[in-house]
Design a protein around this ligand. Structure first.
Ligand code: TXA
Ligand code: MG
Length: 342
């Protein structure tokens, strides 16, 4: 598929920008990315600079076909191959050993690389036309709420990013699931819950672990390849996806906390926020549908964040399927917490 005719000129500009080592706002099915030529070290360096992202946090490399995967992955173990046969293009990122072609800056010096094939015609067209894999983190300043519309990207970066391709609102709404295949003697490990649920992954490749299971087995550093640098699991150490307004997680149906104008982020149901003392509310999915709730999550958080409230109180999603990813994002958006090092 190609983009609409009125977008053709913008697509040409985007291709030219990537080739010139500049950055492009790129729609994907999960969230918008800030894309750069993954093989151009200077372009990748400017991704870190524009996002104010620490260099120890590696980027995901986006490919449009299997031959591009082979240029960045030194090895694709059988279970990873089975998963991508089923799930690509789609919201799952595999962590596998990297080839020397991938600049160390992309992988933060790790010997592994995270790769995915996004399920969005505009992203796939951009990658194909650039004829190079694209490194793309979510297009937000480090730690902030991820963008799910082109407007969010423009609001975040203004003229610093001169081309933003508009692919409409993101269908999935939470980032891809990141899963490590680095340790062949262990089940694959989900490093970050995301747009493909654990249940859907297990239906394809059998049992996988989450990061807590890897921690408990004492092998978490092996699956994140962090044993040499002594790093925690990259990108999972700190406050993330965070609004400027303080966010507090509350039980479902709880009253507004005392002492300030509070907004409610509800998972489902009828808005009964006013009777509970909230001055504003968002309901992620009135009918309690996890996919709909995930797709609405970041835009709803942004709207509440724009109201000048003193507090956002967030109710959890049910803890299965995409609810795991939603709750993970709410957890990280909340009060400052250090994750245990691996
Ligand atoms: O859906 C997505 O994945 C979006 C869209 C734009 O594709 N991208 C995204 O990128 O969420 P970012 O940079 O915000 O998150 C990438 C995550 C981080 O948690 C990072 O630590 C992890 O992937 N990651 C990247 N390379 C890794 C590696 N070699 N080993 C372990 N984790 C890695
Ligand atoms: Mg991000």
């Amino acid at each position: 598929m190609t983009s609409e005719p009125h977008d053709a000129q913008l697509m040409d500009q985007a291709v030219a920008a990537i080739r010139a080592g500049r950055l492009v706002g790129m729609p994907t099915e999960t969230v918008y990315g800030l894309a750069a030529d993954a093989m151009n070290v200077l372009a990748v360096a400017s991704v870190f600079e524009v996002k104010a992202r620490p260099h120890f946090d590696p980027l995901i490399v986006h490919v449009a076909d299997r031959s591009q995967l082979d240029t960045v992955a030194a090895e694709v173990p059988a279970p990873a191959k089975k998963l991508i046969d089923k799930a690509w293009p789609g919201p799952v990122t595999i962590v596998v050993p990297k080839t020397p072609a991938v600049p160390d800056l992309v992988t933060a010096g790790l010997s592994s690389v995270a790769v995915r094939m996004p399920d969005h015609p505009v992203a796939l067209e951009l990658i194909r036309r650039c004829q190079t894999p694209l490194a793309a983190p979510s297009a937000n300043r480090f730690g902030r709420i991820s963008p799910t519309t082109a407007e969010h990207v423009r609001a975040e970066f203004g003229s610093t990013v001169d081309v933003v391709l508009d692919g409409g609102p993101c269908r999935t709404g939470v980032e891809s699931t990141v899963i490590s295949f680095l340790e062949p003697t262990l089940p694959p490990v989900i490093l970050r819950p995301g747009g493909m649920s654990r249940e859907a992954i297990e239906a394809t490749i059998g049992p996988v672990w989450d990061i807590d299971q890897a921690r408990q087995s004492g092998s978490a550093s092996r699956v994140t390849d962090s044993r040499n640098g002594g790093l925690a699991s990259p990108g999972m150490t700190m406050r993330h996806y965070a609004p400027r307004t303080p966010l507090l997680r509350i039980d479902r149906g709880a009253e507004a906390p005392e002492g300030g104008r509070a907004g409610l982020l509800a998972f489902e149901g009828e808005p009964d926020a006013a009777s509970r003392g909230f001055v504003a509310f968002e309901v992620l999915s009135p009918r309690g549908d996890l996919a709909e709730a995930a797709a609405n999550l970041f835009a709803a958080l942004r709207r509440l964040d724009g109201l000048g409230l003193e507090l956002i109180a967030a109710e959890p999603a049910p803890p299965s399927g995409l609810g795991v990813a939603i709750n993970d994002r709410l957890h990280r958006a909340g009060e400052e917490e250090e994750d245990e090092p691996l």
